[in-house]
Design a protein around this ligand. Structure first.
Ligand code: SF4
Ligand code: SF4
Length: 443
């Protein structure tokens, strides 16, 4: 019997993609002033290497990596460094940022150009180019890519999986990338596989994007590549790494483990395209596709946006928000973060900006748990969110740890189905931080 390519748990939120998926990627005008935070990735913040008054070209490093698990950040416009100061960041606090005033010359660093010899690069040279380009997972996780493609020697990788699931409602940026630039994506996969010495290349796409499945399959055939494009059932969080590995390879990442523990590396399709740019052109990550959508945006679009563009200018490029906007979310509505200011900039992990109406932003008051177990049924990690929530509320962090709270992938499925409107994912996120804090204290 054929195995059903899916994972246990998960939910089916309305997709809301029909408008955005038809919109070709347009270029958002470069910002008048770019705000480049030194922290746009998981790991140590980058360290500024420019000073106020310096002149920069597009692609110049403005802050170098702050360690191995870190990434440099680059100028995304040409102009003058106006200030280096803390500015609002989409993840919450104010973060040190390099502020560049646009000289409108759009002058690029001359080193960024096609390298005819790029396919002859050694593994070390390819990793070096990825690292120098400041790549970080573009699906939103923002883990530095050069670290992900350099697993420890005892972890053999046989499979690279490209995540084209894009399972969050409203988001259509990856869909459009696969339709419009499949070759860039596939060449990126080819390079990642070469770096890792992997033999199998898989591309997982949810079956609500049949055109993307068709285009990717046709391009795989045209280029004569041995990769398999698989159409997956629509289920959230299909795009989560562990769920994708289960669906495509039927391998289970152990509790507390990583994809490399089962011989896999998962990359987002956008990251794969950026890997190609980094290795073939030495192009840093200075722009990305952002889905601008939601019921409170005048004209939903998929936009190619320079990193550092303030949200207000991105929304303006879509006619602006309607008067009904009550909440702007960065990312998808399931895992994304509500924003408190439109002054925050697009960063490397900004997959979407979703404008919700005031009426849709209201969360009904929490009531008492009725032990319905819906949260348990949908948890894709096999956790007991109801119990985890209770442990966190009563500060029983050791119990939460023994119930594997650290395995939570923060997908929000539990909160989504809870009839008592308990913000379980919020409790679990908080509990995870507490458990990690305790672990650090214990050494
Ligand atoms: S406990 Fe974590 S992994 Fe499980 S459904 Fe809730 S947010 Fe998702
Ligand atoms: S879904 Fe909500 S009400 Fe039902 S068991 Fe979980 S926490 Fe309780």
């Amino acid at each position: 019997m054929l195995r059903k390519k899916t994972f246990t748990g998960g939910v089916h939120p309305p997709e809301f993609k029909s408008e955005g998926e038809k919109k070709k990627v347009e270029t958002c005008p470069a910002p008048k002033t770019a705000i480049i935070p030194v922290s746009q990735h998981i790991g140590a913040p980058a360290q500024p290497v420019v000073e106020r008054g310096d002149t920069v070209k597009i692609g110049d490093v403005v802050a170098k990596a702050g360690g191995f698990v870190s990434a440099p950040v680059h100028a995304t416009i040409s102009g003058k460094v106006k200030k280096i100061e803390k500015r609002p960041h989409p993840l919450g606090q104010n973060v040190l940022s390099v502020i560049i005033e646009n000289d409108q010359a759009d002058e690029w660093n001359p080193d960024i150009q096609f390298d005819e010899q790029y396919e002859k690069q050694s593994t070390a040279e390819m990793i070096q180019r990825i690292s120098a380009a400041g790549l970080a997972g573009m699906g939103g996780a923002t883990f530095p890519t050069h670290v992900k493609v350099k697993p420890p020697d005892n972890k053999k990788i046989d499979t690279v999986i490209l995540n084209g699931a894009e399972c969050e409602p409203f988001l259509t940026a990856d869909h459009r990338l696969m339709l419009e630039e499949p070759e860039r994506v596939l060449k990126g996969l080819q390079l990642i596989m070469r770096i890792l010495g992997a033999q199998t290349g898989l591309i997982g796409i949810e079956n609500n994007k049949p055109d993307a499945v068709r285009v990717m399959k046709a391009k795989v055939n045209e280029l004569g590549l041995p990769y398999k494009v698989t159409s997956l059932p629509v289920k959230y969080p299909q795009g989560a790494e562990k769920q994708l590995i289960k669906a495509l390879k039927n391998r289970k990442v152990p509790a507390g483990g990583l994809p490399m523990d089962v011989g896999c590396v998962v990359q987002n399709v956008g990251t794969a395209a950026a890997v190609y740019d980094a290795i073939a052109y030495k192009k840093p990550l200075i722009e990305r596709i952002v889905s601008v959508a939601g019921p409170a945006i005048k004209e939903p679009k998929n936009l190619l946006v320079r990193i550092g563009t303030p949200f207000a200018e991105v929304l303006e490029c879509c006619g602006g928000p309607t008067e009904e906007m009550g909440k702007l979310i960065m990312g998808g509505p399931m895992m994304g973060l509500a924003q408190y200011t439109l002054d925050a900039p697009v960063i490397k992990g900004t997959s979407g900006l979703i404008a919700m109406k005031e009426t849709q932003s209201f969360r009904p008051p929490e009531t008492v748990c009725i032990s319905c177990a819906h949260c348990v049924d949908v948890c894709p990690m096999g956790l007991v969110p109801k119990a985890l929530g209770q442990f966190v509320k009563h500060e029983r962090y050791n119990d939460a740890k023994s119930y594997h709270i650290l395995d939570c992938i923060e997908c929000g499925s539990c909160s989504y189905v809870c009839p008592a409107h308990i913000n379980l994912v919020h409790l679990v996120k908080f509990g995870k931080l507490k458990v990690i804090e305790q672990q650090k204290k214990a050494g």
